[in-house]
Design a protein around this ligand. Sequence first.
Ligand code: ATP
Length: 235
Amino acid sequence: MSLLEVAGLQAGYETGQVLFGVDLSVEEDEVVSLLGRNGAGKTTTMHAIVGANVPTVLGGEIRFDGTDLRERRNYQISELGLSLVPEGRRCFRDLTVEENLRLAANHAEDPLSIDDVWDQFPELKDMHDRPSKNMSGGEQQMLAIARSLITNPQLILMDEPCEGLAPLIVRRIESIIKDINGKRDVSVLLVEQNVAVAMAVAERHYVIDEGEIVEELSTEQLRKDEALRQEYLGV
Ligand code: ATP
């Protein structure tokens, strides 16, 4: 049994259906990417999985560790060990780094200690009393990942964590994702438009187009398939 199993997922908004049968799975200790162009349905897939209010799920199955997530509410889903790092980071701007982390830990059943987080993110420890609004985009992204990690999840869904970041900080985020997976056995489902980032961290890749999964490939296959990258990813 897969850790996360999505089968035949259909979902949409008042304005219309967006997902027309998404099938994907994530195994324990695996990093998987979900690639696709703007508007292909990546964020909608993530939100449907974690039960964010929008979109509306119209059909299909979403199972996490054997539990039917469609029956669960958003806060219950995080208690099961699933965490979303949303696009745009969404840290509490007036709270300090440490306050953001402690707030997330307070809402978790079995959180990591703050020292565990400082070990993984020494740069955040150095700025523990800084309000998040005074941090760079890359630092805020690290805080968003740390805030997710402190809840001690089994699976983290990350929505374009490297968007808009400079190459050096992108390398740092890549190494954080590898560490979280390698040292802490956390699985990651990574939404990306940046194929290079996906190939650097994930072993398996899904390509979504117009609300359907059109390909599932290994990193090696993705690297070789220039025609596919052109057709579905525009690179
Ligand atoms: P992006 O990289 O631009 O975020 P994406 O692959 O994540 O792309 P989605 O955000 O899932 O794509 O959007 C898929 C489709 O759903 C788009 O046509 C978008 O306009 C529409 N959509 C997204 N969010 C909403 C919403 N809250 N209400 C109505 N339509 C939406």
